[in-house]
Design a protein around this ligand. Structure first.
Ligand code: ZN
Length: 292
């Protein structure tokens, strides 16, 4: 690994060295609750047949998630299904512990299984350097698949690039006779050090990112949530102590705006890399054409 990559990997794991920051748990909408930290988002979806937990944060987030679930009046042991938006340590490093403590089943999209089961070793960017305890996947679903528990159905939309199996989940919540389209989005952020052109470890990366932006801009959305609280403006939308209203997180244009902003960053990087690649090819061609 080059020194540059080593540095990027260090930046990626740096938050792991800081203790998890708590945040007041709250009801987001319907049976969806926020049980994550100040930035690393975790969602609890409560059903009569047990609960779904999406994302755990780092290992030290687990006691905080547990306390958050308890303070909302639910049981940690009622978690039956575990899911992730993408398998990087800041969202899944606590998964193996939650699985062991609750006996819940891990459900994941087929493209993210190698990353989860290798503990991050197959990661195209970080390799083994930002790893986590591997988690066995019990239930594999496909892009477009439905994951159901106790009357709640989530649809998985593959939104790859950040990892090959990054997923956005959609679900409809009915409150006071109105249907709200809720998305737990995996945004197409690009980690420092990511190569979009001629990425031998992930040849489809540029097309995958492009499809992610297309999907994120198209999905119907009244309320958008994300892997990081800052990505959907949790601290702006919610003040601790607020009474519950299904309208608190309504933001019909927020996801599209964020997707467009990230797409612009992606297109700039893609164009820059293409230009660099062109120069390399021209030099190569010139060298071949010029006899020594
Ligand atoms: Zn990530």
């Amino acid at each position: 690994m080059s020194n540059m990559l080593r540095l990027f990997a260090l930046i990626a794991v740096l938050p792991a060295l800081l203790p998890a920051q708590p945040f007041p748990p709250h009801r987001v909408i319907g049976n969806v609750y926020y049980v994550g930290g100040a930035d690393l988002a975790s969602y609890l979806i409560v059903t009569p047949q047990g609960n779904i937990l999406i994302n755990t944060g780092f290992e030290d987030s687990v006691p905080l998630i547990r306390a958050s679930i308890k303070s909302l009046g639910f049981q940690f042991s009622d978690i039956k299904l575990l899911m992730v938006t993408h398998a990087h340590g800041d969202h899944v490093a606590g998964m193996a512990t939650v699985k062991r403590l609750t006996g819940a089943k891990m459900a994941a999209v087929e493209q993210e299984v190698p990353l989860l089961e290798s503990g991050g070793k197959t990661d195209y960017l970080f390799g083994g350097s930002a790893g986590f305890t591997p988690v066995k996947v019990d239930r594999i679903f496909k892009d477009g698949g439905k994951i159901e528990l106790g009357g709640t159905a989530l649809t998985a939309h593959l939104t790859p690039g950040h990892t090959p199996g990054s997923v956005t989940y959609s679900l409809d919540i009915i409150e006071n006779g109105r249907t709200y389209h809720v998305l737990i989005a995996n945004l197409g952020t690009i980690n420092p050090g990511t190569v979009l052109v001629k990425n031998t470890k992930y040849p489809r990366i540029a097309e995958d990112y492009a499809s992610t932006f297309r999907i994120l801009k198209e999905l119907p959305c009244d309320i958008f949530l994300a892997s990081h609280a800052a990505q959907y403006g949790l601290h702006r939308k919610f003040r601790p102590g607020m009474t519950y209203s299904p309208d608190t997180f309504i933001d019909p244009n927020g996801l599209r705006r964020e997707a467009e902003r990230l797409e612009a960053i992606y297109l700039t990087q893609l164009e820059q890399e293409r230009q660099e690649e062109k120069v390399i090819q021209e030099r190569k061609h010139f060298k071949e054409a010029t006899p020594p």
